[in-house]
Design a protein around this ligand. Structure first.
Ligand code: ADP
Ligand code: MG
Length: 436
C-alpha cells in the first residue's frame, strides 16, 4: 500500500462511514508526481474537492507527517479525464513503495563474500520466513559495510508481499516519540509501531543512555515479538558492547540471532565495484577496478563516492576514465587514507607475509628470497608513501636513488608480464592499506 492510500485508510477510522463513502473514498493519490514533501490528490468533482479542502486537508497533512516523518504539503485538484486514466493505470502497475525504503537495496545488488556471508544468509533466511526463524535478527559491523542495505533488502521483500513494514532509525523513532508526546497522541504512536508486520530499526547504538526511549522501545519490542512479528536491528557493535543499554534489552537482543559484517576482502571489494559500475552505467577497465579496490579502505560507501566522482570528472572534462586519470582524481583521497603509513609498517607487513624478518629486508643480503622481498617493499613504499627515491635508498641501505629507480623498473616489468606477481602485489597493497 502506498503512503497516500495508507493515509486515506487512517482517515477512514477517524470519520463517519457516510462521509468517507461520499467524499474521501473518491480521492486519488498521485504516486508518480508526489514526493517526500508534496502529496498530490485528485478529486473527481468540485463538490468532493471543496468538501475535502475545507474539512480534511489539515487532517490529511497531519497524518502524512506522522507517517512519513517529514513536512508535507498537500495539493488537491480536480482531475481531468485523461489524467484519471493514466493515474489509475500507474497506480495499478506500480509496486507499493514505502517512502523510506530504498528500492535499489536488494539481495541481488548485494555482493557476498567471506566478510558478509553470515549476515547475508541470516537476513536472507529471515526474509523467507518472517518472525519464525530468528527474532530479533541483530546485524552489527563498521560504517558503510552494508548493514542498512541488507536490512532494507529484507524490508523490500516484505513490502512487496504486502506486509506493513516500518523502517526507521533510532533518531527518527525518538523524534516521532517526542512529537507524539507533545501532541498528546501517544496512542497513535503506539498503534503505529505495534501494529506493523515488520519493524526495522537502524543504528540501535544511539539508544545508548536514553532511558525513556529505551523504555518505550522495550514495550514496542515485546508487543511485536509476542505476536511473532519480525524485528531486524542494526548497530555498529555487538549489543554487549553498547554502553548505556538496559540489561533487559541487551538480553532480548541476544535471544535472537546476532550476525556481524566484517570489512570486505579484496575479491568482494572488486565484485562490489563491478556491481556498482553496472548499476550506475560507469565503464571501468579491470586495472582501474583493481586499483580502486586496493588503495581504498574497506568502507563501501567511500568506494561509491569515488565512482560518482570519477564519472562526474570524466563527463565534465570530456575525457575517458583511464588508470592515470583515476590516480590523479584519487590522489588526495588516497594520500589521506594512507597518511599514517610508514616505511616501517610496510616493510613489516611484507616481511610477515613472506615469513622473514623486517631486518632481513633491510640487510645487504643477496639471497634470492630477500632480494625479492626487498624489491616488493621498495615498490610498495614508493607507491604508498610520499618518500623520495633518495630517502628510500637510505632506508633500504642502497647506494643511491639510481638503485631504487632500477628496482622500480624491474618490478614494473614483472607486474606487466607476470599475472601472478601482479595479483600478489595487489593482495599485499590491500592488506597494508586496510590495516592502516
Ligand atoms: P552501513 O549501514 O553498514 O553503514 P550501508 O548499508 O549504508 O552501510 O552501505 C553503504 C553503501 O555501500 C550502500 O550504498 C550499499 O549499497 C553499499 N554496499 C555495502 N556493502 C555492499 C555489498 N556487499 N554489495 C553491494 N553494495 C554494498
Ligand atoms: Mg546504516
Amino acid at each position: 500500500m502506498n503512503i497516500g492510500q495508507k493515509v486515506l485508510n487512517l482517515l477512514k477510522d477517524e470519520i463517519s462511514e457516510i462521509e468517507y463513502d461520499r467524499y474521501v473514498k473518491h480521492l486519488i493519490y498521485d504516486l508518480k508526481k508526489s514526493s517526500t514533501n508534496l502529496a498530490i490528490f485528485y478529486a473527481p468533482n468540485a463538490l468532493v474537492l471543496n468538501w475535502i479542502k475545507s474539512k480534511y486537508k489539515n487532517k490529511i497533512q497531519h497524518l502524512f507527517e506522522i507517517n512519513s516523518d517529514s513536512k508535507v504539503n498537500i495539493e488537491i485538484t480536480l482531475i481531468n479525464s485523461k489524467e484519471k486514466f493514466i493515474i489509475k493505470e500507474k497506480n495499478i502497475q506500480k509496486q507499493p513503495i514505502h517512502s523510506l525504503l530504498n528500492p535499489s537495496f536488494t539481495f541481488d545488488n548485494f555482493m557476498v563474500g567471506g566478510s558478509n556471508q553470515f549476515a547475508y544468509a541470516a537476513v536472507k533466511s529471515v526474509s523467507e520466513k518472517a518472525g519464525i526463524l530468528y527474532n530479533p535478527l541483530f546485524i552489527h559491523g563498521g560504517v558503510g559495510l552494508g548493514k542498512t542495505h541488507l536490512m532494507q533488502a529484507a524490508g523490500n521483500i516484505f513490502q512487496n508481499q504486502g506486509k506493513v513494514v516500518i523502517y526507521t532509525t533510532v533518531e527518527q523513532f525518538l523524534n516521532d516519540f517526542i512529537r507524539h508526546i507533545k501532541n498528546k497522541t501517544m496512542e497513535r504512536f503506539q498503534e503505529k509501531y505495534r501494529n506493523c508486520d515488520v519493524l526495522l530499526i537502524d543504528d540501535i547504538q544511539f539508544l545508548s543512555n536514553k532511558e525513556t526511549i529505551q523504555e518505550e522501545f522495550f514495550h514496542t519490542f515485546e508487543a511485536l515479538k509476542g505476536e511473532g512479528k519480525q524485528i531486524i536491528l542494526t548497530a555498529d557493535k555487538h549489543p554487549k558492547k553498547i554502553a548505556g543499554l538496559e540489561k533487559r534489552l541487551q538480553s532480548r537482543f541476544e535471544h535472537g540471532l546476532i550476525a556481524d559484517i566484517q570489512p570486505p576482502e579484496l575479491e568482494t571489494k572488486i565484485a562490489i565495484i563491478e556491481k556498482k559500475c553496472e548499476i550506475n552505467r560507469v565503464i571501468l577497465t579491470k586495472d582501474i577496478i583493481n586499483y580502486i579496490a586496493t588503495v581504498i579502505e574497506s568502507n563501501v560507501r567511500e568506494i561509491e563516492g569515488i565512482l560518482s566522482k570519477l564519472h562526474a570528472y570524466s563527463k565534465l572534462m570530456h575525457v575517458d576514465i583511464t588508470l592515470d586519470f583515476t590516480k590523479n582524481v584519487l590522489r588526495d583521497q588516497v594520500q589521506e587514507n594512507l597518511a599514517n603509513l610508514t616505511l616501517d609498517t610496510i616493510t613489516k607487513s611484507v616481511a610477515k607475509d613472506l615469513n622473514i624478518k623486517p631486518s632481513e629486508i633491510r640487510s645487504k643480503s643477496r639471497s634470492k628470497n630477500l632480494v625479492y622481498a626487498r624489491r616488493i617493499s621498495i615498490y610498495l613504499c614508493r607507491e604508498l608513501t610520499q618518500n623520495t627515491m633518495p630517502q628510500l635508498a637510505q632506508y633500504f641501505g642502497m647506494k643511491d636513488h639510481t638503485a631504487i629507480s632500477h628496482t622500480l623498473k624491474k618490478i614494473n616489468e614483472l607486474i606487466q608480464n607476470d599475472e601472478d606477481f601482479k595479483v600478489k602485489i595487489e593482495e599485499l597493497t590491500n592488506k597494508i592499506t586496510s590495516s592502516s
